[in-house]
Design a protein around this ligand. Structure first.
Ligand SMILES: Cc1cc2nc3c(=O)[nH]c(=O)nc-3n(C[C@H](O)[C@H](O)[C@H](O)COP(=O)(O)OP(=O)(O)OC[C@H]3O[C@@H](n4cnc5c(N)ncnc54)[C@H](O)[C@@H]3O)c2cc1C
Length: 400
């Protein structure tokens, strides 16, 4: 499929998702409490089959799902994405028993999931994580330490938790565990954040985990984390594109209708050009997101660079577009409860989580230089072969 156009079924599906979000999910989102898990909303996502779709969808489907929901109901989008992030490790690395216990509950929206990687001293540098898994002498471990900035914590029913099983081994000493919320010694508290969704800490005071709780192999947990984040990274961009489009739609409608200076705001060239810039940047971000997701689905080796570019451009673009839409609306956009006041709070965090903008730039540069080195080495090897061949031909020619 060309990355720059969706097929008619995909376009229809996106329109259906926007309608579902507006008619079925928006009323539930409005009844939710800011900073708390909205369980009726998660259950509705399950009843509509959207959570199940998370686990049989490819990266592009995931992007279309997130973008479409974000255009109409960011709360539903975020609830869906968090359920995917916390549950994907179980779907991809869980044992048959773990999958049987948690996947039906998670996809029905009856069990809420969390993905617990970040710590007070290990955010962008996730390999520095310190949550300790101490051997208990009976083949299991006891978890000691804290996770912080964890979406859905501490209310989630289970969490994928990354802990250090081997000291001093960096990313190679990390193990992923599936930890149900009712384990003794597990606590946590909610954090009051600018981002409107539930987010908090998880504290571990000797929480027991055993071999049955492993997700993947001991000391291979970083692979579980990266496998999950690689899939979700372009879709963070899709979330951002959905928000940018919602802000653009609102700004277009407002500036076309708002009387000013004997006409409408849209009649002012400065305003119309700003709208054109917002639309162009949003479209560019969307195309990069679709291209990255398609590359992921096709097993393209260039996924890390493409995903990083998509996440970087889309999240930065959404910040620009939402801010511009606020400007074009004037004071009313800053009133509590206004769509743009909500988007203004939503749009900030994606530039930080799942790899801050600066980290994406580092990935892109690293990939570019690695590709450059590979190309230079290839040229060097070809040149060496050419010289050797020319040399041996010269030696074959008999001297006069
Ligand atoms: C709303 C929200 C939801 C979140 N949900 C989750 C979740 O569900 N699970 C989870 O595990 N975590 C979650 N996080 C945490 C998130 O992953 C971290 O905030 C993120 O990894 C950045 O870590 P940090 O905040 O400690 O910032 P730091 O790592 O301290 O970085 C601070 C800043 O330093 C700069 N910086 C960092 N590294 C580099 C670099 N290599 N090069 C250049 N500049 C750099 C960047 O500007 C960066 O923003 C969430 C965060 C937010 C805000």
């Amino acid at each position: 499929m060309p990355a720059f156009s969706l097929d008619p079924e995909q376009i229809t599906w996106c329109a259906e998702l926007r309608t579902l979000a507006a008619e079925r999910l928006r009323p539930l989102a409005d009844q939710g409490e800011p900073g708390r898990v909205n369980r009726p909303l998660v259950a509705a996502l399950g009843e509509l089959g959207l959570l199940a779709r998370l686990f049989d969808a490819g990266a592009l489907d995931l992007c279309l799902l997130r973008e479409s929901l974000a255009r109409t109901c960011t709360e539903a989008e975020t609830a869906l994405a968090l359920q995917g992030l916390g549950t994907h490790p179980v779907a991809a690395f869980g044992t048959p028993a773990q999958r049987a216990r948690w996947l039906p509950e998670a996809t029905a929206g009856r069990a809420v999931a969390a993905f617990a990687l970040s710590e007070p001293d290990a955010g962008s540098d996730a390999a520095a994580l310190a949550l300790e898994a101490r051997p208990d002498g009976a083949g299991g471990w006891r978890l000691h330490g804290e996770k912080r900035w964890i979406s859905n914590a501490p209310e989630a029913d289970f969490a994928t938790v990354f802990a250090r099983t081997t000291q001093g081994a960096g990313s190679r000493g990390v193990t992923a565990f599936l930890v149900p919320a009712d384990r003794p010694g597990l606590g946590g508290e909610a954090l009051d954040m600018l981002a409107p969704h539930a987010l908090g800490t998880l504290t571990f005071d000797g929480v027991p985990v055993g071999p049955d709780d492993l997700l993947g192999e001991p000391d291979q947990g970083f692979r579980v984390a990266m496998h999950t984040l690689n899939l979700f990274r372009p879709s963070v961009g899709a979330f951002a594109v959905g928000m940018a489009q919602a802000a653009l739609d609102a700004a277009l409608a407002h500036t076309a209708a708002r009387p000013a200076f004997g006409g409408h705001l849209a009649d002012l060239q400065a305003v119309a050009h700003r709208i054109a810039e917002m639309a162009t940047r949003t479209e560019a971000a969307r195309l990069l997101v679709y291209a990255a997701a398609t590359a992921y689905d096709e097993g393209d080796p260039d996924v890390p660079r493409r995903s990083a570019m998509a996440k970087l451009l889309a999240t930065e673009t959404a910040q620009y577009v939402v801010d511009a839409a606020v400007q074009l609306h004037g004071a009313r956009a800053l009133q509590r409860g206004h769509l743009l006041e909500h988007l203004y709070r939503e749009v900030r965090a994606p530039r930080i989580y799942e790899g801050a903008t600066e980290v994406q730039r580092t990935i892109i540069a690293k990939e570019l230089y690695a590709a450059h080195r590979r190309a230079a080495n290839r040229t060097e090897r070809r040149e060496a072969v050419r010289l050797r061949t020319a040399d041996s031909r010269r030696q074959e020619v008999p001297s006069p």
